[in-house]
Design a binder for this molecule. Structure first.
Ligand code: FNR
Length: 353
């Protein structure tokens, strides 16, 4: 029995071919930002309150008009068929069995949107990469919307693909049978070369208007790491913000997401919901992010660890462990509902020797 998300990580590492493990787990450059995400959570201490009455914790939240059973959604992760043949289908099924929370599906999903939507009763959001050829992006958005997807998450931190040294050293190529299932007419085996050739390098905030012109779905922007960009996003009329450094896969040297969250939250001032991803590995990390200004978090690599360990069931198991930790942390910290979670819950650890 696995009791922590770290144990799923070790099990996934043992099951996957080393180049596939490196692609899923790695980051850009020296992976300083990969580490910074985790370290930022490690520095936090939670100060419990006592004798506050209450009762069993209720971790539900409402975001964009929808109730989430717990403030943990699933981050967009490309090519999940690398971790398990059923890929995104298993992720959606495994999530649905654990909790009603959104699953964000990558533009580079390995399974067709329609198949994912048919497989599980769980809200699906589309992660949008805006390609040089807008007609392709438009077709992807329309396809997802027709399949019943409920929101768009524009990834804005990828004008150029981060330099992922593990993949360069391994000469990483997608294995036979793994590819983008929702991009019309395109098959490729070198995902980095494809991204460099196809991702639009010249986007500005007018892309939000363009997305609004092709879809009626709510639009979130992913990749915000500063108060300045949070203000731009709100002014551009987005429906939500995802504080993210792409799990350390883009700009190596970018700060840990939790470290910039308070300034982003101050700039947004409650005008739109804030999600955060990067380095969430324990229930207490979820509470720390909420205390510092997030409305919910998204879980990235641990989902792939569950998928590699046991397909849909593995994803359910990962989420079940994390969700148990969330409610246990709430009970021990003296917070009964998510509305009770505020900045006073968090205390930074003193700088160590
Ligand atoms: C990603 N991420 C990502 N983001 C995105 O917007 N579109 C995508 O297609 C992908 N693909 C992807 C693949 C893999 C293998 C990883 C590890 C990550 C980034 C992802 O959505 C998220 O920002 C981070 O993974 C969150 O950090 P943790 O939880 O992995 O630390």
């Amino acid at each position: 029995m696995k009791l922590t998300l770290g144990e799923f990580r070790e099990s996934a590492r043992a099951r996957l071919e080393p180049p596939v493990w490196d692609f899923l787990e790695g980051g850009a450059g020296e992976e300083k930002t990969v580490a910074a995400n985790v370290e930022a959570f490690d520095r936090v201490r939670l100060r419990p309150r006592i004798l506050r009455g209450g009762g069993d914790p209720d971790p539900a939240v409402k975001i964009l008009g929808r109730t989430w059973d717990v403030p943990v959604g699933i981050a967009p992760l490309a090519f999940q068929t690398l971790a398990h043949p059923l890929g995104e289908v298993a992720t959606a099924q495994g999530t649905a069995a654990a909790a009603r929370v959104p699953v964000v599906v990558s533009t580079f999903a390995g399974r067709p949107f329609e198949e994912i939507a048919a497989a599980a009763d769980v809200p699906l959001w589309l992660q949008v990469y805006c390609l040089r050829d807008r007609s392709v992006t438009r077709a992807v958005v329309e396809r997802a919307q027709a399949a019943g997807f409920e929101a768009l998450v524009l990834t804005a931190d990828t004008p150029h693909l981060g330099r992922r040294l593990r993949d360069l050293r391994n000469g990483f190529r997608l294995p036979e049978g793994v590819g983008p299932a929702n991009l019309p007419g395109s098959g490729f085996t070198d995902p980095a070369a494809h991204a460099r050739a196809e991702l639009a390098p010249d986007l500005d905030w007018s892309v939000i208007d363009w997305l609004r012109s092709v879809s009626s779905l709510p639009i979130l922007v992913k990749g915000v790491l500063s108060d300045a960009d949070a203000v731009c996003a709100v002014e551009a009329g987005v429906d939500g913000i995802v504080v993210s450094n792409h799990g350390g896969r883009q700009l190596d040297g970018a700060p840990g997401t939790l470290d910039v969250l308070p300034e982003v939250a101050a700039a947004v001032a409650g005008r739109v919901p804030i999600l955060l991803d990067g380095g969430v590995r324990r229930g207490r990390d979820v509470l720390a992010a909420l205390a510092l200004g997030a409305d919910a978090v998204l879980l990235g690599r641990p989902v792939l660890h569950g998928l590699a360990t046991g397909g849909a069931e593995g994803v359910t198991d990962v989420l079940t462990v994390l969700l148990a930790e969330v409610t246990e942390t709430m009970a021990l910290a003296g917070v009964r509902t998510i509305a009770d979670v505020g900045p006073e819950l968090v205390r930074a650890a003193p700088a160590g020797p």
